[in-house]
Design a protein. Structure first.
Length: 109
């Protein structure tokens, strides 16, 4: 059974990953409309079809990764850490740390 401190830390990290993924998902969804508006303002009449397709594909890939990370963090919280061994809690925390690093990279411009 893992110490309470490790359980709390892991739970906090999971919630942070879920919240960050949700914020980045909202930001990612705002990119296509912003690009379209930019092209309209530049007098180009909107986003060219090829660029729109590329933007939509990138958006779907990013949203997929964000949802995957959020689901993994949610699974850690839903699973309950009280009955897990130290090794399993450490494993979950390690994976959450990896997700947090990936989210931090995605957040950078």
């Amino acid at each position: 059974m893992a110490p309470k401190r490790a359980q709390r830390f892991t739970s906090r990290r999971a919630h942070k990953v879920m919240a960050t993924a949700q914020r980045l998902e909202l930001l990612a969804k705002a990119v296509p409309p912003a690009r379209t508006q930019l092209h309209v303002l530049a007098g180009q009449g909107g986003l060219p079809p090829a660029l729109k397709e590329q933007t939509d594909k990138a958006l779907e890939e990013r949203l997929g990764r964000l949802r995957e990370m959020s689901a993994a963090a949610h699974a850690v919280v839903a699973e309950g850490l009280e009955s897990l061994s130290d090794k399993k809690v450490t494993s979950r925390l390690w994976r959450l740390d990896e997700h947090q690093v990936q989210l931090d990279v995605m957040r950078e411009p």
